[in-house]
Design a protein around this ligand. Structure first.
Ligand code: AMP
Length: 183
């Protein structure tokens, strides 16, 4: 049984959408570092203030800032099935995640594959009012993804945890693929 699931994929690959579908269908709790950081910004906390400029540039927020929100959220989700959306984003974060999980283990990592051109097109179309949803930051976030986050595929592949799904289809068919991948 998969109790601790990581969703990986480029910005605009539909991780947030898929996480919400899996929550509704399979009863997972969601832990989205992007959502937690946006909430911290809106609340005007110290963490939110430290994160803001990095987010607006499409850069990664420093690990120690992210670690603060993650540790707190993981502790609150003890004993529940959890999807990590947007975390870890670096190999260093993956290592610190193992420590933060304690007795828990990562059970599966699903990488939602979407080609770069499609990512840029989707983000340009998205414009949900997020301050980081511009064509320029989309390209910056994509570069950061390839440089910092994509190496996690090899990291988790070596541990036998990685499953790839094609993210090009409609949300429901991607969700069906993910359910099969973690069944
Ligand atoms: P997301 O909603 O996952 O696309 O995240 C939006 C922005 O929040 C990213 O572009 C980063 O600036 C920041 N962020 C979210 N999660 C992380 C993370 N695990 N490490 C560093 N920065 C993050």
């Amino acid at each position: 049984m998969v109790d601790t699931l990581i969703l990986l994929g480029p910005p605009g690959s539909g991780k947030g959408t898929q996480a919400a579908l899996l929550r509704d269908e399979l009863g997972f709790e969601l832990l989205s570092t992007g959502a937690l950081l946006r909430a911290a910004r809106e609340a005007g906390t110290e963490t939110g203030r430290r994160a803001a400029a990095f987010m607006d540039r499409g850069d990664l927020v420093p690990d120690d800032v992210v670690a603060t929100v993650v540790e707190h959220a993981i502790a609150e989700l003890a004993g529940r099935r959890v999807i990590l959306d947007g975390f870890p984003r670096t190999v260093a974060q993956a290592r610190s995640l193992d420590g933060a999980l304690g007795e828990r283990r990562v059970d599966a990592v699903v990488l939602i594959d979407v080609p770069d051109e499609e990512v840029v097109r989707r983000i340009a179309d998205r414009r949900q009012g997020r301050s980081d949803d511009t064509a320029e930051t989309a390209r910056a976030r994509l570069r950061v993804y390839h440089r910092e986050t994509e190496p996690l595929a090899a990291h988790y592949g070596e541990r036998g945890l990685l499953r790839r799904v094609d993210g090009a289809g409609a949300p429901d068919s991607v969700a069906a693929e993910i359910r099969t991948a973690i069944a």
